[in-house]
Design a protein around this ligand. Sequence first.
Ligand SMILES: Nc1ncnc2c1ncn2[C@@H]1O[C@H](COP(=O)(O)OP(=O)(O)OP(=O)(O)O)[C@@H](O)[C@H]1O
Ligand SMILES: [Mg+2]
Length: 392
Amino acid sequence: MAPNSSDKILIVEDEPDIALALKLALEASGYDSSWACDGEKALAMLQEKQHYNLMLLDIRMPGIDGVEVLKRLKSSGRDMAVIMMSGHGSEDLAVECMKIGADDYISKPFVLDDMLQRVERAISHRLAMLDKKRLEQEKEDFFLMLSHDMKNPMAAVIGSIDIMREGRLGVVNEEQVEYLQSAIDSCNEVVTMIDNLLDIRRFEAGKMHLSIRPFDPAEICRKVVGQLSRAAERDGVRLSSNISEKTPDVTVDRKALTRILGNLIGNSLKFTPEEGEITVSCRTYNRAETAVIQIPEYVSVPEGFLNSECFVAISVSDTGEGIPSDELRCIFDRFTQSSSSSGRERGGAGLGLAFCKLAVDSFNGVIWAESTAGQGSTFTVLLPCSTVTKDN
Ligand SMILES: Nc1ncnc2c1ncn2[C@@H]1O[C@H](COP(=O)(O)OP(=O)(O)OP(=O)(O)O)[C@@H](O)[C@H]1O
Ligand SMILES: [Mg+2]
């Protein structure tokens, strides 16, 4: 990258001969440079309005030395590349400076061409970092906008439509109720999509707050099935469950497991035509029975997983359109939808299963899909039974 005359360099050097040689070389290469004869002057110049892209900073100087200038620069949060100039015997200090945040160091006496190359490299590296930071910030702003400027108004829209649907603003006929309900369903789909996107990001950034405790999986399954039974009825699909009475606890975040099930049943509803069937089952396997559980080879199993004394398998099966076998693995990647899926026409971003996978991973469980194209699919979440007893 060619030097830009707007790239300003601050030379901090107590030896005037070296400072002058540097200044001439930098200016001959197209940089704009200034000179500070010691650390104190450098700190004063940094306070001025002038923005510097890079500082060439001598380590050994009388008064405030280069290490101290660097420390103060870093604690001020000012963004600028720094190349330390170390004299004979101060190499250890140069290494320390790299740890504090200097970009590079060069030992004196140096060849000017080498110095210029390092200057160019440090400036372009800093520009790339700034670009990355800007992109990160834009991403952050986008997610903030998603949660505040889209999710919250959506909740208000859903609330208002619901008031109308309930007939609290005047009589509504059956057909109107149906239309209003379908508006609510669509809004809820958008909210789920936003939640999935935000949570995937939180998981990936290690900032997902989960409250992982022992819970009865059967109770969570019954609740979600109950919540989605009306939607299934509206779609003309039979939603049934086969949930064992007595199921051991699993160690999960209740909200996240609820959302996993919501996503899986939601998918089955989306990809199963009228008159189809969806079955949610929840059953326990003790150690001797684990041989019957067929975890596909592509699924990576957490360390020690198979040593568990028992497992709970939650599965959602449907008689829908199915998924081609070569796509069973990648549908858990974000923004991935099956090539054959007619559900595309019904929207969706390909985020639900990515959320499910990250959440199941966080419970030390495994999730996979089995399907025969055209004949339906089964999604299974396999969780080790909890070894912790519930406090309540
Ligand atoms: N029960 C199912 N039957 C058939 N295909 C399915 C089923 N579940 C998932 N898929 C396929 O896997 C893809 C990814 O599912 P995922 O839930 O991640 O995304 P989506 O439902 O398309 O969108 P979103 O969940 O973000 O609204 C789907 O687009 C579909 O192609
Ligand atoms: Mg989905």
